[in-house]
Design a protein around this ligand. Structure first.
Ligand SMILES: [Zn+2]
Length: 449
């Protein structure tokens, strides 16, 4: 078996990957909270773990089980539902649909299981009751809290000591807690909010609980890899470890914790709260799924990745060039030439290797051409055949930023001179190209249909 190395957030070291059972590799990645369209920051987690899934399959064959959850009960969902006056189901279903379309456009393989939190409330109630019974948790006025100090390894993943945590700003303050670092397992729901009957009254689970429950249900008490974005280390993953290990009396929950770095724009983390997001669907429409994918893999997964036009345009040129040597059927196992990927999923190194294979293939080396095509596919590229790629480029040029702003200016001129018929025609022309324009406070904004 080839030696595969991964950086383990738990030990902060690059380690040789030793599976619990090489006949069944188990991996869990924290999935989306379905309250708003996923953005490029979310896409990075999707693409990184999809690539890890592909590499594990290359090494271990089909014996890899990948679970990624859907969080469909959460305060943010309730908030949006009230703000937009839409039912919870309507929001979670439509965002889940968008999320699935995004995964497909990024050519992510489907995980083996994609459990939804609301389908596992009974299991979460059971785990909460069990943690109370074992004295790791306590109830107070319909709230159930996990007593963080009852777990000796609390803070190990995030490398924080308990005193540091107490003064941390991310701790939710509540008089109901015995200790500020305790975290919620179950909380009461208001009459109109989603809630389930439990021994502690009508309520809903805390977010951390669902991953502990679903990971155990589909993968077991001790799994190989658990991952997500860097921001999940604390408190989410720290709390998952505490819940699972205390409830199961185990020495380890996941043996390898893998976290991907942030996507930034102008050195600032891309996030909804900052307001600098690019949705996956907009990025894909503009550049194609595989260009977005290659851009996301252009930096090592553990490093920050700056999202900018220059990066995207250079990836697009690369993909376009690589299509010169596109072949439909060539796809062989390339474990022998995947040393970069086996070394902590070093995708920039592997991409450099693909460039070298391309250059050799261009000189007429047939073997390099086969390896080149297979290597592109291992990264999840070449999901479009050559004709489809040419087609994408043609339609893509039509809806370039330049084209859109030109049309918007023409429409503005037409309106100013009273030619509303022409203005409407321009609006319709943009619409037929999938662009919706809206006039607001004397400004014309546009978005994709
Ligand atoms: Zn999770």
């Amino acid at each position: 078996m080839s030696s595969f190395k991964l950086t383990n957030s738990l030990t902060r070291k690059k380690e040789l990957f030793k599976p619990i059972n090489s006949k069944n590799i188990t991996m869990y990645a924290c999935g989306p909270t379905v309250y708003d369209s996923p953005h490029v920051g979310n896409a990075r987690t999707l693409v990184v773990f999809d690539t890890l899934f592909r590499v594990l399959k290359m090494i271990y064959g089909e014996n890899v089980t990948y679970v990624r959850n859907i969080t469909d009960v959460d305060d943010k969902i309730i908030e949006i539902s009230k703000k937009k006056n839409l039912s919870i189901d309507k929001i979670t279903n439509s965002i889940t649909e968008i999320f699935h379309a995004d995964c497909k456009s990024l050519n992510c393989m489907e995980p083996n299981k994609e459990p939804k939190a609301t389908d596992h409330i009974k299991d979460m109630i059971e785990m909460t009751a069990s943690l109370i019974e074992k004295n790791f948790a306590y109830e107070n006025k319909g709230h159930v809290y996990f007593s963080a100090s009852s777990f000796k390894d609390y803070g190990k993943l995030s490398n924080k000591n308990l005193d540091e945590l107490k003064s941390g700003s991310r701790i939710e303050i509540s008089n109901l807690k015995k200790n500020p670092i305790d975290f919620v397992l179950w909380k009461p729901s208001k009459i109109d909010d989603p809630g389930w009957d439990s021994p502690w009254g009508k309520g809903r689970p805390g977010w951390h609980l669902e991953c502990s429950v679903m990971s155990e249900k589909y993968l077991g008490k001790n799994i190989d890899i658990h991952g997500g974005g860097l921001d999940l280390i604390f408190p989410h993953h720290e709390n998952e470890i505490a819940q699972s290990r205390c409830n199961n009396s185990t020495k380890s929950f996941a043996n390898y914790w893998v976290h991907n770095g942030f996507v930034t724009t102008n050195k600032e983390k891309m996030s909804k709260s900052v307001g600098n997001i690019v949705t996956i669907s907009n990025a894909v429409r503009k550049y194609s799924g595989q260009v977005v994918r290659l851009a996301l893999l252009s930096a090592h997964y553990s490093q920050p990745l700056d999202w900018n036009e220059q990066l995207l345009n250079s990836q697009k040129n690369t993909i376009d060039k690589w299509y010169n040597l596109y072949e439909k059927e060539n796809n062989v196992n390339i474990l022998q030439i995947s040393e970069f990927l086996l070394d902590d999923l070093n995708t920039p190194g592997f991409i450099a290797k693909i460039h070298a294979l391309y250059n050799n293939a261009l000189k007429g080396d047939k073997k390099s051409k086969i390896l080149f095509n297979s290597a592109c596919r291992l990264l999840g590229l070449f999901d479009l055949n050559k004709a489809e790629w040419e087609d994408f480029k043609r339609t893509n040029i039509k809806v370039s930023d330049k084209f859109i702003s030109k049309k918007i200016n023409e429409r503005l001129k037409a309106r100013k001179s009273g030619n509303f018929k022409l203005a409407d025609e321009i609006r319709d022309e943009l619409l037929s190209n999938g662009i919706i324009i809206e006039d607001e406070k004397g400004k014309t904004n546009w978005k994709f249909k």
